[in-house]
Ligand binder design. Structure first.
Ligand code: ADP
Ligand code: PRP
Length: 184
C-alpha cells in the first residue's frame, strides 16, 4: 500500500472538523490511518484537537524544519508536521485539514492521495459558524470567515461532499473514500 495524505478542505462551517472527528472515531481501531493534530497558534478548544503553540514557538519550529506544510489564516499560523509527512511516507493514510489556498503547494511538496472538499450553502455556513460560538465566530469574525469563503480559490478536489444532511451521511462517504485509498 502506498501511503499519503488525504487533505480535507472547504469553507468555515462546512463541517471539516466534525467529519474528520467522525471518520477518526469510525476508524479508531484501524492502524493504517493517522489523524495527526495540526499545530495552531490558537488556545486549546473543544472544536478541534490541535497542538496549541505560541507564535514564537511556531516560528522557532518552522526555522528548525519541523513543518511539512504551513499557512496563515484568521490571524493564526497553522502547520502539518514533518512527523506527519514521515507517517505518510512510511505507508499510512494521513488525514488532515488544510487551507484551500495550500492545495497546490501540498500536491507539489507532499505525497497526496486525495483532496476532499467539504461544502454547504452560504446561509448554512453562516448559521453554523454563528451557532458554533468559537472565539472569532461572532460579529467581525463571522463576516471575515464568510468573505474568505467567497474569495477562496477553486479547489481541484477528487471528492466534493455537500454536508447539509446529518453529519453521519457525509462522514460515511468520507470513510468510504479513506478505505478506497487503502485498496489502491
Ligand atoms: N451536517 C451538519 N449538520 C448540522 N450541523 C453541523 C453539520 N456538520 C457540522 N455541523 C456543525 O457546524 C459547526 C461547524 O462545523 P465544523 O466541523 O467546526 O466546521 P469547519 O471545521 O469546516 O469550520 C459545528 O458547530 C458543527 O457541530
Ligand atoms: O484558506 P481557507 O480554506 O479559508 O482555510 C483557512 C483555515 O481555516 C480553517 O481553519 P480553522 O479550523 O481555524 O477555521 P474554521 O474551523 O472556521 O474552518 C482551515 O482548516 C484552514 O486552516
Amino acid at each position: 500500500m502506498a501511503g499519503g495524505f488525504v487533505l480535507i478542505v472547504g469553507p468555515s462551517g462546512a463541517g471539516k472538523d466534525t467529519l474528520i472527528a467522525l471518520a477518526r472515531a469510525a476508524l479508531a481501531d484501524d492502524g493504517r490511518f493517522s489523524f495527526p493534530e495540526r499545530v495552531v497558534t490558537r488556545p486549546p478548544d473543544a472544536f478541534e484537537r490541535h497542538d496549541s503553540v505560541t507564535v514564537d514557538e511556531f516560528r522557532a519550529r518552522e526555522a528548525a524544519g519541523d513543518w511539512a506544510l504551513a499557512w496563515e489564516a484568521h490571524g493564526n499560523c497553522y502547520a502539518l508536521t514533518a512527523a506527519a509527512r514521515r507517517q505518510a511516507e512510511s505507508g499510512l493514510v494521513v488525514v488532515a485539514n488544510i487551507s484551500r489556498g495550500s492545495v497546490a503547494e501540498a500536491r507539489a511538496a507532499l505525497p497526496v492521495l486525495a483532496v476532499v472538499e467539504i461544502t454547504a450553502a452560504p446561509e448554512v455556513l453562516a448559521a453554523r459558524i454563528a451557532a458554533r460560538g468559537r472565539d472569532g465566530d461572532q460579529g467581525a469574525g463571522l463576516a471575515s470567515r464568510m468573505r474568505r469563503s467567497d474569495s477562496a480559490p477553486e479547489v481541484a478536489a477528487d471528492l466534493r461532499l455537500i454536508n447539509e444532511d446529518a453529519p453521519a451521511t457525509a462522514a460515511a462517504k468520507l470513510k468510504a473514500l479513506l478505505l478506497s485509498c487503502i485498496e489502491r
